[in-house]
Design a protein around this ligand. Structure first.
Ligand code: TXA
Ligand code: MG
Length: 321
């Protein structure tokens, strides 16, 4: 991790307290951070990302104790927080009546998404700001999330960025909803579904239908997300000279431009490299080139839970094509 002085962290914290935005690293992806109590700062985030105003943001705090000042924690939510925080899990819980977070962050829902990140620099920043930070991924809405400071800089050259080196997890947090007596699996991410089910000794429910979710569970997961600029297909189709091929494990391909996401077949490695590789391919590939992802179920371990997140992100990227 690059070394950053405490003066620099302090400068970033002052910037945020003045209502400005700062990009910062987390273990999952880089976040576009703003003071969660200032509506104007949040409005700037929506504007900069060109994000639909009905897609709510995750609020980052330093501890479970801080989180409980913002949301109502059921026994189950508490169990999850105890087991997985700090780390790549986001909990959606009902907002407390006295929750000081701007309603803009929740996009008008009466729930709030909370996460205690593990990354050391994120924690230093949270301590220095001493306020909750909203932070969506630091990319324009619908594009690839950044896993390195340079990715953020390419999207937003004028932004103040805290450089913490490459993100270790590389895909977004898992999101679990604890808004009623069920526990909903809202987004696959850094922590495996099975690990969560084991921790709470209960099956997670699929997200309820769009209609039923209006009050508390967000529409965000239905949005198209995580797409590179080039068309991406999950296919065996042969590559032309303009295309790039993404392989896994022991796969071989005659294509000139090919990248193996994890020769050893590790889902952790593949997840941590996916976005960085897609950023790189997007820069290099001729305009008409395609990104051909080879079917990988047999090549990649389904061990860490990142397998499901990897499949989810690639399928979404393919749907947009
Ligand atoms: O790993 C992560 O979670 C990263 C880092 C920066 O923490 N952040 C991130 O934020 O991925 P973003 O904005 O790209 O994704 C936030 C997701 C969206 O799908 C949104 O719909 C959902 O969280 N969300 C936020 N508030 C919600 C709520 N009240 N109910 C349900 N989902 C919510
Ligand atoms: Mg995002």
């Amino acid at each position: 991790m690059p070394r950053v002085s405490s003066e620099h962290i302090q400068r970033c914290a002052d910037h945020i307290r003045h209502g400005e935005l700062v990009a910062f690293p987390t273990e999952t992806v880089y976040g576009l951070g703003g003071d969660a109590t200032q509506s104007e700062a949040i409005a700037k985030i929506y504007a900069l990302k060109n994000r639909p105003s009905f897609n709510p943001l995750i609020c980052h705090i330093a501890s479970t104790q801080e989180a409980e000042k913002l949301g109502v924690f059921s026994m189950r939510a508490r169990e999850l927080a105890e087991k997985f925080w700090p780390g790549p899990l986001t909990l959606v819980v009902p907002r407390r009546a006295d929750c000081p977070i701007s309603p803009l962050a929740s996009a008008g829902l009466d729930s709030i998404a909370l996460r205690v990140p593990h990354h050391e620099m994120a924690r230093q920043l949270l301590d220095a700001v001493a306020r909750p930070l909203v932070a969506p991924s630091a990319n324009p809405s619908g594009t690839l999330s950044p896993t390195r400071a340079q990715h953020v800089e390419t999207y937003f050259p004028d932004l103040l960025i805290l450089d913490g080196g490459p993100c270790t997890v590389g895909l977004e947090s898992s999101i679990v909803g604890c808004v009623d007596d069920r526990t909903y699996w809202l987004r696959a991410g850094g922590i495996a579904k099975s690990e969560i089910e084991t921790a709470i000794r209960t099956q997670l429910s699929p997200p309820p239908s769009e209609h039923a979710t209006q009050a508390r569970l967000s529409p965000g997961r239905l949005l198209r997300h995580y797409a590179p600029r080039h068309t991406l297909l999950i296919t065996e189709q042969a590559a032309t000279k303009n295309d790039a091929v993404i392989l896994f494990g022991n796969q071989h391909d005659p294509a000139a431009r090919q990248f193996n996401l994890s020769p050893s077949g590790s889902d952790i490695e593949a997840a941590s490299r996916l976005y960085a590789l897609l950023h790189e391919i997007d820069q290099e590939l001729p305009e008409t080139g395609l990104i051909l992802v080879r079917p990988f179920a047999a090549e990649i371990a389904h061990e860490s839970g990142l397998y499901e997140a990897l499949l989810d992100r690639l399928q979404r990227a393919a749907q947009m094509s």
